[in-house]
Design a protein around this ligand. Structure first.
Ligand code: FE
Ligand code: FE
Ligand code: ZN
Length: 276
């Protein structure tokens, strides 16, 4: 099954998101659990969550890749920023249980000058504080572009975080194609090599979702500027090889390309066509 979808606005609640995702041609989707720039989350209406789950069962939507706010930085130097990361993370994981068995993706964080080692320790500390044995959600570390002081630009850094997580079966990885390309992993000329490297360092079994984005910049640029599927530095044939690669088969592919809904619908149609 080819799972493809995009980011959907969460403003109308769960059932509205499901209908929106389907209207755009998607069979999976991502949404922000709260304002991506931070702040309080709306309480979930259990009736809405129930209606959504019923809708999904009928329409074969079986993967959600919820996204944490960008401001969630578990390795911030400022204690109040870290405190927000802890509180928002824990609250999001509680609310994720309204939709059991899904994914919650977050940017590992920026160490803001404290160094990668400290960053890794602090991230693992927050993750260990918020994971709980009864949870059904899998938390995903996102691969980053290595911009500024971002942690997670190298597969080794993700592995180091995973190694420190006690509830190991609750943690996985979301691979962002723009980010790893910008991070120096050449998915255009050596996709097999990059995936082999991922498998060696992290293990493909940890890979649960893909953010499918083109990049405005060259491989290794460490910039993180997403491009539309047909407009970035990665040729369309490279995108086709990514979505059809056997190692990525069945994973949810989520578009985070600079598009309005119409643009997303067009990209989803194009990718379904390309996938065959
Ligand atoms: Fe992200
Ligand atoms: Fe992403
Ligand atoms: Zn990005």
């Amino acid at each position: 099954m080819f799972r493809i979808g995009c980011h959907i606005s969460a403003s109308g609640g769960y059932e509205a998101m499901g209908r929106r995702a389907e209207a755009l041609g998607g069979n999976t989707f991502a949404f922000f659990t709260r304002n991506p720039r931070g702040g309080a989350a709306k309480e979930i209406d259990p009736a809405d969550a129930e209606a959504f789950l019923a809708f999904c069962r009928k329409r074969d939507i079986d993967r959600l890749v919820a996204h944490a706010p960008y401001t969630l930085n578990p390795c911030a130097a400022k204690e109040n920023v870290r405190e927000f990361a802890h509180t928002a993370f824990a609250d999001d994981l509680r609310r994720m249980e309204f939709t059991p068995g899904q994914y919650y993706n977050f940017h590992p964080g920026s160490h803001v000058g404290q160094g990668i080692e400290i960053g890794i320790e602090k991230i693992a500390e927050v993750v260990n504080a918020v994971l709980f044995p009864e949870m059904t959600t899998t938390v995903l570390l996102e691969t980053m572009a290595g911009k500024g002081s971002e942690v997670g630009g190298r597969f080794e850094e993700l592995r180091a975080i995973i190694d420190r997580v006690t509830l190991s079966d609750k943690i996985g990885v979301c691979l962002d194609t723009c980010h790893i390309w910008d991070g120096g992993y050449d998915v255009v000329n050596d996709l097999d090599g990059v995936l082999t490297e991922f498998d060696r360092v992290v293990g493909l079994g940890r890979l649960k979702a893909v953010h499918l984005n083109n990049s405005m910049n060259d491989c290794g640029s460490h910039k993180d500027r997403h491009a539309k599927i047909t407009e970035g530095k990665m040729p369309l044939d490279a995108i086709r090889r990514i979505i059809t690669h056997p190692a990525l088969e069945g994973l949810p592919f989520i578009l985070e390309t600079p598009n309005d809904e119409e643009g997303y619908a067009a990209e989803i149609a194009l990718l379904k066509e390309l996938h065959g």
